[in-house]
Design a protein around this ligand. Structure first.
Ligand code: BG6
Length: 516
């Protein structure tokens, strides 16, 4: 019988006490940056899909805030177009849309102008009356990081942030990048905590909203057979890839400032490392899970000298090439990218985690734009056999691959006897695929995370100390790679798996990247 989520009587282990269908309290969501890409592509379609799944409370509304002078009706029309284009479920359900759209409002203005926030307050009070949202607010900063301090200060001065003790809740969702190095992340954290309480702050990393990323926890801690071998005694090395076919799209200005280390490693990839390497938490609640994740970040060796960075980090930048049969320009030909730019679009790096569980087991990470395919996975390479009974090189070490995307699933590689009179082993694979097992499409990461924020569950959001610990690791690398002493990134042709030096990084240890 196919799997049906409604048959699932077990409360979600990541959200103790909450049944899959428990609805959040009444609430108004305020989206700063409502005219931007994120609001159009992800946030509003995600909220609409939560309405489709009957996850939203009846008393619910959304206020978009941006500079453009829209009326409420123009905003509704714009959002309808966005949902039509980007929604996971299609076509639009007219009845659900009508109710959702009735709760949509727009409040224009510049973030520097205190009047914007006075107007917003009026709009929210009107929404409270019209939709019974009871003064509960979720502020979503879908804006460039340079606006975060202004937004926090203005919200505070306009009296829009209630203390956590107030019966009406205020929560703030802050998009990445949270700072651009350790010092700026600390400064931002200071400001955030002068304005709000940590319990009100939701630093978002959309990777944590992916089903397959959450499944790392269930796979590790919901089964008894993997945990005993999940350590330095049995694991030879761990390989994590987050590869994309996409280039930088129209985000040249942002990307020139960020580069791959800030864009992917400091957040998404280090989160994958944490979930792969953490100890079992004492409970499945926000602090217990995050306490274990931060221990991993603290145990990761930081590179303190340029030599250590040179030895363990390879940077690359794509040149023109062909991806999935289409010719694409090189990074330096992209819009808003400087000729001669040294911004890396690829990184391969080797990390060590100095803990009882992992010491001596290298974690190889790689991420890049314009690679041959989109592929994100965690591969646990188990130790080779101490002695082979079937001839040298006839058996391959076991590998467990957790495919985060696409083709979400888990595969275990092992040796089996080829039929016949001789003992000839061959590597075969046991494969679990989400799509075929569960049938239904997984919700988008933003749906899950918005719902958690509406419910006040911080488990899948990054805590202050976590974000700072991740910056410490990446910041030390950036200090060297951006110092001018580090060589410019190696070139790699778009549509290839990065520069040869990345292969060398593995080859010098007698290992090789998986061919994906
Ligand atoms: C974003 C990065 O955070 O993650 C993008 O800014 C990247 O550059 C994206 O493309 C990748 O996310 P996903 O969900 O497509 O793997």
């Amino acid at each position: 019988m196919p799997y049906r989520p409604e048959d699932d009587e077990i409360p979600n282990p990541l959200r103790p006490g909450l049944r899959a269908e428990s609805a959040p309290e009444p609430c108004a969501v305020v989206v700063f940056g409502a005219s931007g890409d994120l609001a159009h592509r992800k946030l509003i379609p995600a909220l609409y899909n939560l309405a489709v799944g009957a996850h939203l409370p009846a008393a619910f509304g959304v206020v978009g805030v941006a500079k453009s002078e829209y009326s409420d009706d123009q905003f509704r029309a714009d959002m309808r177009e966005a949902v039509g284009k980007f929604s996971r479920t299609k076509p639009i359900d007219e009845d659900i849309w009508a109710d959702f759209a009735a709760g949509l409002r727009y409040s224009p203005g510049s973030f520097d102008d205190p009047q914007t926030f006075v107007r917003l307050k009026g709009k929210l009070e009107e929404l409270d009356r019209a939709r019974a949202t009871r003064g509960n607010r979720l502020f979503y900063f879908a804006t460039p990081p340079s606006t975060f301090p202004t937004l926090l200060t203005q919200l505070k001065s306009a009296g829009l942030i209630n203390p956590p003790s107030d019966p009406a809740f205020t929560r703030v969702v802050i998009e990445k990048p949270f700072g651009r190095d350790l010092a700026s992340a600390r400064a931002l954290n200071r400001l955030v905590l002068e304005t709000c309480d940590e319990r009100q702050v939701f630093r978002i990393d959309h990777y944590l909203g992916k089903e397959t990323v959450q499944n790392l926890l269930v796979f590790r801690f919901g089964n008894s057979i993997f945990e005993p071998i999940w350590n330095r005694k049995y694991v030879d090395h761990v390989e994590i890839t987050a590869g994309e076919e996409l280039g930088i799209e129209s985000r040249g200005r942002y990307y020139e400032e960020a580069g791959i280390l800030r864009d992917m490693i400091q957040n998404h990839v280090l989160q994958l490392v944490c979930l792969t390497a953490m100890e079992p938490p004492v409970a499945f609640d926000a602090d217990a899970v995050r306490d274990e994740k931060i221990k991993v970040l603290r145990a990761i060796e930081t590179f303190d000298t340029p030599e250590e960075v040179m030895r363990n980090v390879v940077l690359g930048q794509y040149t023109a090439g062909s991806v999935a049969g289409t010719d694409v320009p090189g990074y330096q030909e992209e819009k808003d990218v400087a000729k001669g730019s040294r911004t890396p679009t690829f990184v391969a790096l080797k990390l060590n985690i100095h803990s009882w569980r992992w010491d001596g087991v290298p974690f190889y990470l790689r991420s890049g734009k314009r690679l041959p395919k989109r592929a994100t996975e965690v591969a646990i390479h188990f130790s080779p056999l101490p002695h082979s009974l079937f001839g040298d090189g006839r058996t391959q070490p076991n590998v467990l691959v957790i495919r985060v995307q696409p083709e979400e699933g888990i595969a275990l590689r092992f040796s089996a006897k080829v039929p016949g009179e001789r003992y000839r082993p061959r590597t075969v694979s046991m494969d679990f695929r989400y799509g075929t097992t569960f049938g239904s499409a997984s919700p988008e990461a933003y749906e899950r995370l918005l719902l958690d924020a509406l419910r006040g569950d911080q488990t899948l959001f990054t805590r202050k100390d976590e974000v700072e610990a991740a910056w410490k690791i990446v910041g030390n690398i950036l200090k060297v790679t951006e110092s001018g002493e580090f060589p410019p990134p190696y070139s790699y042709e778009a549509g290839t798996w990065g520069p040869q030096a990345a292969d060398q990084l593995m080859a010098q240890d007698g290992r090789a990247w998986r061919r994906l």
